[in-house]
Design a protein around this ligand. Structure first.
Ligand SMILES: N[C@@H](CCC(=O)N[C@@H](CS)C(=O)NCC(=O)O)C(=O)O
Length: 202
């Protein structure tokens, strides 16, 4: 059986767990003791030299980077589909997955990592404020793109929402009120069983 090295509080790991559930796949979930530094131990670095989660392992085939793992799961288990069949739909999914990482995931990490794991005196308030501004700007773009639609691509739930779900879960922790179209889209993706089952302790 495939293995997923992950941590229950890891947003990027959660993407893969959501996709596995959406596709009805099972994998051996191997929880890494990150607080104990297991991600920096030689045995784990031999699998993933960057010492991050998630890492996917199947018959000696090793893959890291959550979006690459999602694409592999889609290619190896195309049913039920989480990307459209046509070239343009696929390209739009790829574009939105990348923009999720560049415009939202990175900035979310800047805010939620300190909020969840560091004492307030160690927070970089200026970096957190700048990240919040960038997220709000990005949500404004999404609001326009979501006008009259339920989902970003082909008006169907796709890998785009799989990528976004773990990060938009933290909008309230980040004290960000999304515009109405984005708020409805977020609620739609977070109410799916795959998101509920993988929700981290808040
Ligand atoms: N770009 C990577 C990011 C993975 C990532 O940053 N994972 C975090 C946990 S959510 C991690 O392992 N951090 C440990 C570290 O960077 O030392 C992906 O998409 O998989």
């Amino acid at each position: 059986m495939a293995k997923l090295h992950y941590h229950p509080l890891s947003t990027y790991s959660r993407r893969v767990r959501i996709a596995l559930i959406e596709k009805g796949l099972t994998a051996d979930l191997v929880e890494l003791d990150m607080a104990g530094g297991a991600h920096r131990a030689p045995a784990y670095l031999a699998l993933n030299p960057y010492g991050r989660v998630p890492t996917f392992e199947e018959d000696g085939f090793i893959l890291y980077e959550s979006t690459a793992i999602l694409e592999y799961l889609e290619a190896s288990h195309p049913t039920p589909p989480l990307v459209p069949a046509d070239a343009r739909g696929r390209a739009l999914v790829a574009m939105h997955m990348k923009l999720c990482d560049i415009q939202l995931a990175r900035q979310t990490g800047i805010i939620i990592f300190p909020k969840r794991f560091l004492p307030k005196e160690r927070w970089d308030q200026a970096a957190m404020a700048q990240a919040k501004k960038e997220i709000e700007k990005h949500l404004g773009v999404l609001e326009t793109q979501l006008r009259g639609k339920q989902y970003l691509v082909a008006d169907r739930h796709s890998l785009v929402e799989v990528c976004y779900a773990p990060f938009v879960e933290f909008l309230s922790l980040m004290e960000i009120t999304p515009p109405p179209g984005v708020a409805a889209w977020v609620a739609r993706m977070l109410e799916r069983p795959s998101a509920r089952e993988t929700k981290p302790p808040m």
